[in-house]
Design a protein around this ligand. Structure first.
Ligand SMILES: Cc1cc2nc3c(=O)[nH]c(=O)nc-3n(C[C@H](O)[C@H](O)[C@H](O)COP(=O)(O)OP(=O)(O)OC[C@H]3O[C@@H](n4cnc5c(N)ncnc54)[C@H](O)[C@@H]3O)c2cc1C
Length: 385
């Protein structure tokens, strides 16, 4: 059986939903393929920054209040702490709160909006391989999809990315960070958690987090594998240092997180990569929801433009990423090595000194009000037109 569309979106996470929405609104025929049935679980701390909230307003027409009513936003906090296992390094108030989302609810909600706009959703469809030159998707369900254009939004282990021949696969693998996370009932955590806490010093190139999620607490770690580290053992030691009783820890899970391996050439043949599939995750804190939504939206708009004019979407998409996204990722990458090396030589206190020296501008940088590049005011093009 073969189905033909103007565009196929591989993956229905935030990147896929944003791409599908842009295309469906422009009137193109668009199919979204995902192996999962929604709502599906996604391992994630669920922290949203200011720029993510602004993008959700601009693209999806959703506010923190409407997302809270839908059950997607489960908490917010304008406080933060940065710690080691036994010392507080920094503690402060943010210029704008962090919001925390339940990813199962959020992703389902955004995908429904794309479907309401006209996208056709195929759930339980697993990609087998793709031909990015002919625009064909082979699935494990014996259905073949073809399209003028395809957007690879199929996450960190992207099947679409595998078809990009000129990719530096060694760099892609080396900078793929293991991330482990567990959700605990609030009563099982040794103390109330009211604001996000970040933990430094126990991974050479990574960090840990404890986030409040309504009645629950989410704790996780992510980092680059520097030696032959056993992340499972490090995670258990981390939970132990937080005072969590090992008997109350449900089975924890892991998922790779692109951590500095964003692709420089995000388009090839008839395919564009968005979100984790293109490695578009901020390399210091591992923020990926914003970058998935934003690159998905840009990719969708580029393909919509191509369907209208007959022009190639790749150069339009690449130009936009190189203006808006890649400079941020590159600057964040530089900053993280500065901080990780500083901690190696000066201990975790060097991180505390750095954060306390410019707490508000740095918080604005994480939120996206300022750029990771020299803390300049950041102008996001999606807020300008
Ligand atoms: C432990 C952890 C904590 C994180 N915490 C945060 C955080 O607090 N804040 C933040 O901003 N980011 C966080 N991130 C990053 C964030 O989760 C990702 O960057 C984001 O989900 C990327 O969205 P996406 O749409 O690109 O991919 P995904 O959300 O991974 O969606 C990809 C979709 O593709 C589908 N798919 C994959 N392979 C196939 C296939 N072969 N066939 C068919 N379908 C397929 C999947 O089912 C999935 O629905 C975290 C990540 C991890 C691992």
């Amino acid at each position: 059986m073969e189905k033909h569309y103007d565009a196929i979106i591989c993956g229905g996470g935030p990147a896929g939903s944003a791409a599908a929405l842009a295309l469906a609104r422009s009137g193109g025929s668009v199919a979204v393929l995902d192996r999962a049935h929604f709502p599906r679980q996604k391992l994630c701390g669920g922290l949203l920054t200011w720029k993510t909230v602004r993008l959700l307003e601009r693209v999806f027409g959703e506010t923190p209040d409407s997302l809270a009513s839908a059950g997607a936003i489960v908490g917010r906090s304008d406080q933060y702490a940065i710690k080691t296992a036994d010392t507080s390094l920094a503690r402060g108030t943010l210029p704008y709160p962090f919001h925390f989302v339940d990813r199962a609810v959020l992703d389902n909600y955004l995908l429904e909006k794309a479907v309401d706009a006209g996208a056709e959703l195929f759930e339980g469809v697993t990609l087998d391989c793709v031909d990015i030159y002919d625009g064909v998707v082979y699935t494990k369900n014996d259905t073949l999809f073809s399209a003028e254009w395809m957007i690879g939004a199929d996450g960190a282990k992207s099947v679409v990315r595998r078809a990009f021949r000129r990719l530096d696969r060694i760099r892609m693998r080396r900078l793929m960070a293991p991330a482990l996370e567990v959700t605990l009932e609030g009563r099982d955590f040794p103390r109330p958690v009211e604001f996000p806490e970040l933990y430094a010093g126990f991974l050479e190139a990574g960090y840990g987090w404890v986030f409040p999620h309504g009645e629950q607490v989410v704790a996780g770690i992510c980092g680059l594998r520097r030696k032959r580290e056993n992340f499972g053992r490090i995670f258990r030691q981390y939970l132990d240092s937080l005072g969590v009783d090992p008997d109350v820890v449900p089975e924890y899970r892991g998922h790779p997180l692109p951590y500095g391996n964003y692709v420089q050439e995000p388009a090839h043949g008839r395919a564009l990569l968005a979100g984790d599939a293109g490695g578009f995750v901020e390399p210091l804190f591992g923020e990926g929801i914003f970058f998935a939504l934003c690159t998905g939206w840009y990719a969708g708009e580029a393909v919509a433009g191509a369907l209208r004019t007959g022009a190639m979407p790749g150069p339009v998409y690449a130009r936009r990423l190189h203006r808006q996204i890649i400079p941020e990722l590159r600057a964040s990458d530089r900053l993280r090595w500065l901080l990780f090396r500083g901690m190696r030589w000066g201990g975790p206190r060097s991180l505390g000194l750095f954060v306390n020296s410019a707490a508000t501008p740095l918080a604005e940088m994480v939120h996206g009000m300022r750029s990771y590049s020299f803390l300049r005011r950041k102008r996001w093009d999606f807020l300008e037109n």
